[in-house]
Design a protein around this ligand. Sequence first.
Ligand SMILES: *[C@@H]1O[C@H](CO)[C@@H](O)[C@H](O)[C@H]1NC(C)=O
Ligand SMILES: *[C@@H]1O[C@H](CO)[C@@H](O)[C@H](O)[C@H]1NC(C)=O
Ligand SMILES: *[C@@H]1O[C@H](CO)[C@@H](O)[C@H](O)[C@H]1NC(C)=O
Ligand SMILES: *[C@@H]1O[C@H](CO)[C@@H](O)[C@H](O)[C@H]1NC(C)=O
Length: 321
Amino acid sequence: MKSIFLVISLSSLLLIELTFSSEEIVMEAGSIKEKSTEDIVSRVGSFVSLLHARNDQIKDCFENIKGKDIIISDRDEELEKKDQVIKGLEDHIRSVSEELYEITDQPLTANGTDRCPIGSESGIYRVKIPGLRNFEAACNEEGWMTIQRRIDGSENFTRDWESYKNGFGDVRKEFFIGLEKLYLMTDQRPCELVIKLGDANGTTKYAYYDDFKIGNEEALYKIINLAFRSGTAGDSMFWNKNKKFSTFDRDNDLIPRDCAKTHSGGWWFAECGYSSLNGKYHADGFAPHRNGIHWGTANGYNYTVSLLSTEMMIRPKICNH
Ligand SMILES: *[C@@H]1O[C@H](CO)[C@@H](O)[C@H](O)[C@H]1NC(C)=O
Ligand SMILES: *[C@@H]1O[C@H](CO)[C@@H](O)[C@H](O)[C@H]1NC(C)=O
Ligand SMILES: *[C@@H]1O[C@H](CO)[C@@H](O)[C@H](O)[C@H]1NC(C)=O
Ligand SMILES: *[C@@H]1O[C@H](CO)[C@@H](O)[C@H](O)[C@H]1NC(C)=O
């Protein structure tokens, strides 16, 4: 019995102990709770006033932006007006320059310089062809217009399609007139073609064709008419009839090999063939890689021979003058 009582009293003591300490904890927790509530309330208060302040700021910003929007839309209107003024001025400039072209072209067409004049001094003439702006043309006294010339290698003839289409070089020195002009001129009336070739021995040979015509760009400027008549150089263009023009970036020849690349210039290549007057210029007349300026029938089909000068010329057929 005694021992049981002792156990009970001991355990109740312990219980009292425990209760006391847990009360203390609860009290402490309560104070913490009180403290943090107060803290939170004050924090929320300051946060709310901060929000108010921000709200005011945002409102101010809105007002500001609205003001700026109005300014911007005003500016937009101003710009639109100025754009219209500019457009009007551009239209004006366009019509004035068109008028100017008409005026400058008139005397040219009026005195018949839609071709090289016959019986006038050789030199540079302004020529006006329907469908083209007037351009400088190299003419001789017999009315031939030079369309291609090599004399010293000063011009690079390894050129792309766009260059051969539009022409390049200096009409007073080395140049190619351009396939578009050549098409328009040979399409508008029957033309003759003469080719003069100079070799390293100082010998000049020529080839005369009494009919020459090429197609348009859609036809890849292919040679439509070509009729050899005479000449000491022989006919090395026979194989170029009905052949399209090729450049290093537009391979229109008949074989897998790219002739315009291996021959270093644009031409109406078939299977590379006997003629190539736009090849690489070799000042010593020797082209070890056969990429020079050649005309097989004039040099015993020896393609390491590179010509030192070439001139291709066209003229409307005399009988149609
Ligand atoms: C064409 O006419 C203009 C103006 O009269 C003149 O200056 C020019 O020399 C003429 N051209 C030819 C090739 O006759
Ligand atoms: C000629 O032009 C081609 C193509 O742009 C270029 O590859 C070549 O080096 C040029 N040749 C010379 C001699 O400048
Ligand atoms: C130049 O003349 C010599 C001697 O007649 C000849 O052997 C050679 O093939 C000629 N060269 C050319 C490019 O015609
Ligand atoms: C071809 O021409 C070159 C350069 O003129 C010359 O050296 C060579 O002997 C010629 N070849 C033949 C087979 O005639």
